[in-house]
Design a protein. Structure first.
Length: 616
């Protein structure tokens, strides 16, 4: 009998992660039967598009070296076998010690020599790690599994075949889509700005992955409006400054100075919050190991009712979990700054409703310094109620805000922030259970969870390396970045793009507007030919949360199967990734946290193998 044919569309870290789980589970589930795996991706297997080596060496990860792994460990609760492998930091140490032989690009040698566990590696170094992981997976494949690479795009699936951009067809008894974030055509608002720009000879750059967009047409000295103050902005900022020949140097008294090349534009950046994402903490936990989850776990989710609003019914549990992680670290790591023993505080805290008067009094009595008390509302809206006379006064305030954030994220005395960060990660791992339960009102799932909470998590816990905010301050001092404020409003008038905000009076107009963000999830607006083809033929559907479209590829959470328009699962088609119902953004993860992506990879791999024997 001919071997089963599996097509994996998307050969980045998620696709390769599933391939590793297929390899690990094959002895149990595939037996003597064969399997041919077709990896379809125009970018190199392992790194894929986002982590490909061929991108600017200026771009870095927003994760520390020690916080990245592609391998399961004994914390991961899966049905398949655990097969450990080195994290990124362990891989670097193996290379440096000579225990591992692997050729990396010459321009990575200095970084390899200098990299610490708490460094933020370049994306090129992560690319080298992912390429090595892929080669290891190939080397460890059991007999009977063959991998065939197709360095091109898939365009449609018909009659058991995946058709490629080259015109060839690949046989496919089973299909797994690991296509990552969905590129999208401009929505109605963006399309209006595109049309306005064309009519008035302006430049408009819709939302997209920054490393893929050509900004060479932005002229030196041009005033540019930038909407978005997160990670996409950080990449943009570097590409348009240091990427154009400028350089940063250290000041004697600390901080950075930027030396322009003369080729830089001037960036006016704002957003809804009006501030950049918080810098990643540069320290480890100081206290006792956190016991997570505590208040937001499977039992708590099962105990919730129906027809829930996330903000009123679920957020109190989530916020209490985050606060518990924060105060656990404060009390056990810094007992000199509290007035109660942790056991007593923990017992009283557990009994009280979130944000009740009794809880506030407990915190005020137990934590004397206001800077040590967690204020989630203030974190979420740091500029709420703040109004300044002019842009200069606001700029001074924001510089001080960023400087304070950098100081706090560099000082282990504030490691409670990391406790809150770890609790937020725990919450994210539980949220798919809530989504799958159907307990949330659809509008709340789409707006409050997919929208507000995801943004809050990114702002608090998924920010850039501290160095990036130091560079931001240096660029502001050099006159190449100015801060446009909170509640940023963009209008198209007077033949220009015009920006104003709630932070200070007046506006700024310019000929160029850049959306510094990834597109929102949208099956309906997907620009990928394969996704469009499957959508138009009805073979792939957009997730409806109790009738309300979420923009995501509709999949069954338990096994990643694609769901048809009538809600029934495909027998042999699967999908994983950030823009599926599973809502799992991470393709790789931290070690030793029972990571959801690794659990999903294992579950899907086992489903694929379970039908592999009889798939012909």
């Amino acid at each position: 009998m001919a071997p089963c044919q599996l097509a994996i569309v998307g050969a980045g870290p998620r696709g390769v992660g599933v391939l590793e789980r297929i390899s690990a589970n094959a002895a149990e589930l595939l037996g003597e039967d064969g399997l041919v795996v077709h990896l379809i991706d125009p970018f190199p297997p392992g790194p894929g598009r986002i982590w490909r080596y061929e991108q600017s060496p200026l771009l870095r990860m927003n994760s520390m070296t020690e916080d990245v792994t592609m391998f399961t460990d004994d914390s991961v609760r899966i049905a398949g076998p655990v097969r450990p492998g080195p994290s990124l930091s362990e891989w670097v140490e193996l290379l440096r010690s000579g225990e591992l032989r692997h050729e990396v690009a010459e321009d990575l040698h200095d970084e390899l020599d200098e990299l610490a566990n708490t460094s933020f590696p370049t994306r090129r170094l992560q690319s080298a790690y992912l390429a090595w992981v892929y080669r290891l997976v190939l080397d460890e494949l059991p007999a009977g599994i063959e991998v065939v690479e197709h360095r091109t795009r898939a365009t449609r699936i018909e009659e058991g075949r995946v058709w490629l951009e080259t015109g060839e067809a690949v046989p496919a008894d089973l299909v797994l889509l690991t296509v990552g974030h969905l590129d999208a055509e401009p929505d109605a608002a963006a399309a209006g700005l595109v049309e306005f720009a064309e009519r008035h000879g302006l430049s408009y750059y819709p939302a997209g992955y920054t490393a893929d967009i050509d900004y060479d047409a932005v002229p030196p000295g041009e005033h540019v409006l930038v909407r978005g103050f997160g990670l996409a902005f950080v990449d943009l900022m570097l590409l348009l400054t240091e990427g154009r020949g400028g350089r940063f140097t250290e000041q004697d008294g600390g901080g950075l100075v930027y030396h322009p090349s003369g080729r830089e534009p001037v960036l006016h950046v704002g957003s809804r919050r009006g501030v950049p994402y918080h810098a990643k903490p540069g320290y480890r936990l100081q206290g006792e190991p956190l016991r997570l989850p505590r208040f937001f776990d499977h039992e708590a989710i099962e105990g919730l009712g129906e027809g829930l609003c996330f903000l009123s019914d679920v957020w109190p549990l989530v916020a209490k979990e985050v606060a518990w992680g924060y105060y656990s670290e404060l009390f056990t790591g810094h007992p000199d700054r509290v007035r109660l023993g942790f056991a007593e505080f923990d017992s009283r805290f557990a009994e009280l409703p979130w944000d009740s008067e009794e809880m506030r009094l407990l915190v005020e009595r137990a934590v004397p310094a206001e800077e040590d008390r967690l204020d989630l509302n203030r974190i979420d809206r740091p500029l709420a109620g703040e109004r300044f006379d002019d842009a200069e006064e606001f700029g001074k305030y924001l510089r001080e805000y960023v400087e304070a954030d950098l100081a706090r994220r560099a000082d282990p005395a504030f490691s409670a922030d990391l406790g809150g960060f770890m609790a937020l990660l725990s919450v994210v791992h539980q949220l798919p259970l809530l989504a799958d339960s159907g307990k949330l009102e659809p509008a709340s799932q789409v707006s409050d969870v997919d929208g507000w909470f995801h943004g809050f998590f990114s702002f608090y816990a998924s920010g850039p390396p501290p160095r990036r905010l130091e560079e931001l301050l240096a660029l502001e001092q050099a006159g190449l970045v100015s801060f446009a404020g909170a509640e940023m409003r963009v209008t198209a008038e007077r033949g220009r793009f015009v920006v104003s905000s709630s932070s200070f009076p007046g506006d700024v107009e310019a000929r160029t507007l850049i959306e510094a963000r990834l597109p929102n999830a949208s099956v309906g607006l997907a620009s990928d030919a394969l996704i469009r083809s499957l959508r138009d033929s009805g073979q792939l559907t957009e997730e409806l949360v109790l009738g309300l479209p979420s923009g995501r590829i509709h999949t069954r959470l338990s096994d990643g199967r694609l769901l048809k328009a009538d809600g029934t699962p495909h027998e042999r088609w699967f999908s994983l990734g950030p823009h599926t119902s599973a809502r799992s953004a991470a393709a790789f993860t931290r070690p030793r946290i029972n990571a959801l992506p690794l659990r999903q990879n294992d579950a899907v791999a086992r489903e694929i193998l379970s039908i592999g024997r009889a798939c012909r």
